[in-house]
Ligand binder design. Structure first.
Ligand code: CA
Length: 229
């Protein structure tokens, strides 16, 4: 069962999401408050993707996202934000979300495509790759999908892992933002290129000795990014 958590307090929107997710082959689990969402997450550890509304009666979606990540979960998280300000998107991504969708939804097909893409990335490990890639202080385990730096585990989201893997598969090569977006988010993803920058910024905080003067992930101005190891 492909379980998706749908946290949205507006019943009309929630029903609309649930009907369409069911139509796309998912088993949506509905919550109207943060408390209900945490209860569902506790009872269903096999939830792979969560849709989180931002404005909720008892908490906000960013806080829910932060707590999910704090528990060590790598599930795919899409923020449903009613507001269009760039800051909200950035806040969502900085708290560990993988993607965001602005309400009102331009198209349900777009949302289900994003859920499909995220689900494939998070849950599509039926045939795990095996092996390890070691470069400089970094050790990437492609079977467990983990990263260590100098022997210490760095906790990554699935998106961050996919970016690091892409870098390690292309050592020393400058990758364009478009290339990173297409490879990590999938060729059909039509979101903003800024999502790449936000994830790189978050990744730098995790992997760099000094995120202000990055040496692992360097910026190639006007083009993209390069991995230094
Ligand atoms: Ca709401």
């Amino acid at each position: 069962m492909k379980k998706v958590l749908v946290l949205e307090d507006e019943v009309g929107i929630r029903s609309f999401l649930v009907i369409n997710l069911k139509r796309s082959g998912y088993e949506p689990l509905e919550a109207g408050t943060g408390a209900e969402a945490f209860e569902l997450l506790r009872l269903n550890p096999d939830i792979k993707v969560a849709l989180l509304d931002v404005m909720l009666p008892d908490t906000d979606g960013f806080e829910v996202c932060r707590r999910i990540r704090a528990s060590g979960s790598k599930m795919g998280i899409i923020m449903l934000t009613a507001r269009t300000q760039e800051m909200d998107k950035v806040t969502g991504l900085m708290t560990g979300a993988d993607d965001y969708v602005t309400k009102p939804l331009a198209s349900i097909a777009e949302l289900t495509a994003r859920v499909d893409a995220l689900y494939r990335r998070v849950g599509g490990d039926d045939m795990p790759e095996t092996g390890e890639v070691v470069r400089g202080p970094f050790r990437l385990n492609t079977r467990n999908r983990t990263l260590e730096k100098n022997g210490e585990r760095i906790r990554l989201t699935q998106v961050e892992y996919a970016i690091v893997k892409l870098f390690m598969d292309n050592p020393g090569k400058a990758l364009s933002r478009e290339e990173i977006l297409a490879s990590v988010w999938g060729p059909d993803y039509d979101g903003d290129l800024k999502i790449v920058d936000v994830n790189i910024r978050r990744l730098r905080i995790k992997v760099e000795d000094d995120p202000q003067t990055p040496s692992c992930i360097t910026t190639v101005w006007g083009f993209g990014y390069k991995w230094g190891f």
